[in-house]
Design a protein. Structure first.
Length: 202
């Protein structure tokens, strides 16, 4: 996983110039050669598990966030990135579609603080925040999900079979206005991982 860090101490912010430059990148001709597999970035859920602690199921997961260079450049210029973890608990049924038992949205913000030259990883649900020294460390911390409350055991039926599924996505709707519209049309911004699914047996 590559991280692009800017060592300049000049203040960085979201500017019209950057937005225009980003817009030009988004509009690059489709006839250009196909970029390498990682050029557009990708989110990969590497592992996930659920454990029972004090009658509450907790979710642990490890996610590999491979941001595109365009997204990392935006981060370096002061654009905060909001990541949403979409989590669903489904009850399996033989003859019908699986029934959704619960749906959760866990949101995080990755940002760069110009004055302190620190990267901030903030859990937007709990307001817990970490301050880290570089982009690579911050992205790694973002991908470590530990002890996330999923559901109370009493809400599940004994003998039923459930599955948990999880996928991460970059929330384009949270981007600053000058960047948001072109981001909708850019593969480098439309970052959504595949669903990872694993069983849960009460």
């Amino acid at each position: 996983m590559r991280a692009y860090a800017n060592t300049s101490r000049r203040p960085r912010r979201v500017s019209v110039a950057f937005a225009l430059t980003a817009g030009l990148w988004f509009a690059a001709p489709a006839a250009q050669a196909e970029p390498a597999r990682s050029a557009n970035g990708q989110f990969v859920v590497q592992s996930g598990s659920v454990r029972l602690v004090d009658d509450v199921y907790l979710l642990d997961a490890l996610i590999d966030y491979q941001f595109s260079k365009l997204v990392l450049d935006a981060l370096e210029h002061g654009v905060p990135l909001v990541i949403e973890l979409q989590i669903e608990l489904l009850r399996q049924r033989d003859l019908l579609w699986d029934a959704r038992q619960a749906r959760l949205s866990q949101r995080y913000q990755l940002s760069y603080h110009v004055l302190t030259e620190q990267y901030l990883v903030k859990n937007l649900n709990s307001a817990v925040q970490q301050s880290l020294t570089n982009a690579e460390v911050a992205i790694k911390a973002l991908g470590q999900v530990e002890s996330l409350p999923l559901i109370d055991k009493r809400l599940l039926e004994d003998g039923e079979t459930y599955v948990v599924r999880l996928r991460p996505r970059l929330d384009i709707d949270e981007l600053p206005t000058p960047i948001r519209l072109p981001a909708y049309f850019s593969a480098q911004w439309r970052l959504t991982g595949e669903w990872m699914v694993w069983p849960l047996q009460p």
